[in-house]
Design a binder for this molecule. Structure first.
Ligand SMILES: Nc1nc2c(c(=O)[nH]1)N[C@H]1C(S)=C(S)[C@@H](COP(=O)(O)OP(=O)(O)OC[C@H]3O[C@@H](n4cnc5c(N)ncnc54)[C@H](O)[C@@H]3O)O[C@H]1N2
Ligand code: MOO
Length: 403
């Protein structure tokens, strides 16, 4: 059996993340309807086709008025519609208007319905409120007061949130140019893994088929398939290359035993090993490789190790792929609520919760095969090899599923 080096080849935390971010291809663009734009990243600036608002409109239900009170009511007696641009009113005239209605040409204020009184076709303001509406020219939203046609309202690289989608709709857009998501195929290894029910002795219930695609989607991927491969060299090689995907994410089989085939498959395929392993714990065996124009993210089989390997290396890769700015935008800082040991030469990734004072305390249950600690965590602490003292600032990884 060949013994291959392990510790010496591990890439440190910061370098692994830099390499992963740099491995992402230049973001490509596609057009999607506004209904499908949530969470996507703008590939081109949002430029408004219209002045916003695109006509002077009323901010209140009431009457458009011109000149000093009293005013003679003109126009239809019933409820007015949106109105027609170009129609005007003369000095001493008033016309009913609803919120959002076109303000007639010449009007210099809108008198709110509750601040006016009509008597036999003549309108008068009621009280100081009504006088002020008129004196101050109130309740008219001027055309172009929010933006002028041609203004850039959002820059390329902006993630689309509900208010940004609403803004795009207000500009008259029906489709929007966003960054194309990477197409990701998930490959699960492990002959001992069962996918449903209670596992028997020596069997392990699968943790990845549902959860890993969900985590990948939260990181901005389009998951195109999930396949199981037997612990077999040829099957592993085929799984790395057969799916129509930009990125293959595998679980398990990253070790060097006879039952592990991911590294050998990549070597046989002539893959370029960009990150052979990472100096983190758990998640150390995580690897990133390139085969032609496809990337392979190999996650360890242990569930916590896999999830943290995904955040550590897949996080910056997918962030860069989304075109949404610097990779470390996904990282923050908190105060350590307790002293934390480093990982003796490696960076420790520690699931934690935030106390009432905002400081972070580990959740416990941090074994590489455990999920309980991460399931209860609000953040993951990035504890450098030398550890941190209680009260020290410590970097956090935001959990992409935490919203
Ligand atoms: N001699 C050494 N042994 C190990 C080392 C080492 O450096 N020297 N590293 C350890 C570390 S760290 C990790 S992490 C694991 C990585 O192992 P693999 O990526 O090869 O994963 P497997 O051996 O296939 O599986 C490990 C573990 O995870 C369970 N597993 C696999 N798939 C699933 C799944 N879909 N759902 C739930 N659990 C799964 C599997 O049954 C094993 O228990 O290697 C250490 N060993
Ligand atoms: O990556 Mo392994 O992380 O410790 O089980």
């Amino acid at each position: 059996m060949t013994v291959r080096p392990t510790v010496t080849e591990a890439v440190d935390w910061a370098a692994a993340r830099r390499i992963a971010a740099a491995a992402a291809p230049r973001p490509a663009a596609e057009r999607v309807g506004l209904a499908d734009a949530l969470g996507r990243t703008l590939a081109a600036p949002l430029v408004t086709a219209l002045d916003l608002p695109h006509y002077a409109s009323s901010a209140m239900d009431g009457w458009a008025v011109r000149g000093p009170a009293p005013w003679r009511l003109i126009g239809p007696a019933g409820a007015p519609g949106a109105g027609e641009p170009g129609l005007g009113i003369g000095i001493g005239e008033a016309q009913r208007i609803v919120t959002g209605g076109v303000v007639p040409r010449g009007a210099d204020a809108v008198l709110r319905a509750e601040a006016g009184r009509v008597d036999r076709g003549t309108l008068e303001p009621v009280g100081e409120v009504g006088l002020r509406d008129v004196r101050e020219g109130r309740h008219i939203r001027l055309g172009g007061s929010e933006a002028r046609a041609g203004d850039r309202l959002l820059e390329a690289g902006t993630p689309l949130t509900p208010p940004r989608i609403a803004l795009a709709a207000a500009t008259g857009a029906d489709v929007i140019e966003v960054v194309r998501r990477p197409r990701v195929a998930v490959v699960l290894t492990g002959d001992e893994v069962v996918e449903s029910g209670v596992p028997g002795p020596g069997r392990v219930r699968d943790s990845f088929r549902v959860a890993l695609p969900a985590a990948l989607r939260a990181l901005g991927a389009e998951v195109v398939g999930v396949a199981r491969v037997p612990d077999d060299a040829a099957a592993t090689r085929a799984a790395m290359t057969s799916a129509d995907a930009d990125l293959v994410v595998s679980t398990g089989g990253t070790g060097r035993s006879d039952a592990d085939h991911v590294r050998a498959a990549l070597a046989d395929l002539g893959a370029d090993l960009l990150v052979p392993s990472v100096a983190i714990r758990p998640g150390g065996p995580t690897l990133l490789a390139r085969i032609a124009d496809r990337l392979v993210l190999g996650l360890p089989g242990n569930p916590l190790a896999a999830m943290l390997g995904l955040l550590a290396v897949g996080g910056p890769l997918l962030h860069a792929w989304s075109g949404a700015g610097p990779a470390d935008a996904a990282a923050g800082q908190v105060r350590a609520g307790t002293a934390l040991d480093g990982g003796s030469g490696v960076t420790a990734l520690v699931p934690a919760v935030l106390g009432p004072d905002g400081s972070a305390v580990p959740t416990g249950y941090h074994g590489a095969g455990m999920l309980r600690g991460l399931a209860g965590a609000e953040v993951v602490l990035v504890v450098p090899p030398d550890g941190v003292g209680a009260g020290d600032a410590v970097t956090t990884l935001r959990l992409p599923w935490a919203g």
